[in-house]
Write a protein that binds this ligand. Structure first.
Ligand code: NAP
Ligand code: ZN
Ligand code: ZN
Length: 351
């Protein structure tokens, strides 16, 4: 084991604070990474505060990790010291079940998440990217093009793949009418991807001050979701709507906007359930409500390559780690443009 430093919450009621801990020494398949940047996902807040009821403490959040390779194990191929790499929400899976064989490790019953999961090798909890270093099996490490800004690439590892994967699964293409609900970390990536795929993109927001940004990011139209007349103008017209909202709300307002056979895909994970949907609204136009979880490692690499090709990254606000608790409060107020990214060089003063 070797010493690492990060920021952890010691309980669901305490702020994140400096935390000294140990990481495993390199196994033959492992890559050791010096973490340069880590994005701040709303899921980090849900879990640091145990809003999903599944957190173990201390918890070191962070699953939007980019950095440089510092060491490779004896069996590692394709990664060398100095390479720019990323780690997302998963660091292992069973590798044998039908989900793993289909390159959909995120749905594996034995997926090991980057934090708050039992580490297969040490039995300890996994600790995430709000830290200076991490050791990850090569099969769960992503390659990052040197043409992308590293800090702005970090959020692609969760916000990026979580929005790219459903757009691919529902085969969004030029000419489709696509809605995105919520302009936060996930939502702003969804707008960029749907626009890059050639869709007609409509952004639904509760924040009128985000209208200009939404258009700059690629939305063709912006609807203030609190205004019924603006919503009604889009009745029964969407092929697909991706809902990224982190709080419970009435889904009927969105299913009513789907065409026959349209899908409302939920990616937000509120701590309380949404009110029940009006079933008749689904039945009479064969509409679906679906969900989607991040994306597999193969698709995450494809998404990163798509981003390099189209020069897509996240719009970010860089913070030192000492500002993480204040950043959480701003995310909860939908006041971030559009993802906080921690500059891990700021950890040096805690060493
Ligand atoms: P975020 O940056 O906080 O964005 C959420 C956006 O939702 C806000 O910016 C806001 O947009 C809107 N919103 C917030 N409260 C609302 C309310 N009460 N009613 C309506 N709209 C509201 O969060 P994020 O990091 O994008 O994450 C969003 C959700 O996805 C979280 O629940 C997170 O845990 C989940 N998530 C899921 C996956 C997955 O694999 N499925 C992966 C990552 C994250 P406007 O200001 O535009 O209204
Ligand atoms: Zn996330
Ligand atoms: Zn599996």
């Amino acid at each position: 084991m070797y010493k690492a430093i990060g920021y952890a919450a010691q309980s669901h009621q305490t702020p994140l604070e400096p935390f000294h801990f140990e990481r495993r020494e390199l196994l033959p398949d492992d890559v050791q990474i010096d973490i340069l940047f880590c994005g701040v996902c709303h899921s980090d807040i849900h879990q640091a505060r145990n809003e999903w009821g599944s957190s173990t403490f201390p918890i070191v959040p962070g699953h939007e990790i980019v950095g440089k390779v510092t060491q490779v194990g004896s069996a590692v191929q394709g990664f060398a010291i100095g390479d720019s790499v990323g780690v997302g929400c998963m660091v292992d899976a069973c590798r044998q079940c039908p989900d793993c064989q289909d390159h959909l490790e995120q749905y594996c019953n034995h997926a090991v998440f980057t934090y708050n999961s039992p580490d297969k090798h040490t039995g300890n909890s996994t600790y995430g990217g709000y830290s200076n270093s991490i050791v990850v099996d090569q099969h769960f490490v992503l390659k990052i093009s040197n043409t992308l800004d590293l800090a702005a690439t970090a959020p692609l590892l969760c916000a990026g793949i979580t929005t790219y994967s459903p757009l691919m699964h529902w085969k969004i293409a030029a000419g489709d009418k696509v809605g995105v609900v919520g302009l936060g970390g996930l939502g702003h990536m969804a707008v960029k991807f749907a626009h890059a795929l050639g869709a007609h993109v409509v952004l639904f927001t509760t924040s009128p001050d985000k209208i200009d940004d939404a258009k700059r990011l690629g939305a063709n139209e912006v609807v203030i979701s609190k205004h019924p007349e603006e919503m009604n103008a889009h009745l029964a017209s969407f092929d697909f709507i991706l809902n990224t909202v982190a709080a419970p709300h009435n889904l009927d307002a969105y299913t009513a906007l789907l065409k026959r056979d349209g899908t409302l895909c939920l990616v937000g994970v509120p701590d309380q359930p949404h009110p029940s949907p009006a079933i008749g609204q689904l039945i009479f136009k064969r509409r679906s409500i679906a969900g989607s979880l991040i994306g597999g490692i193969k698709e995450t690499q494809e998404m990163l390559d798509f981003c390099a090709e189209h020069q897509i990254t996240s719009d970010i606000e860089i913070i030192p780690i000492q500002q993480i608790n204040a950043a959480y409060e701003r995310v909860l107020k939908s006041d971030v443009k559009y993802r906080f990214v921690i500059d891990m060089a700021s950890l040096a003063v805690e060493a």
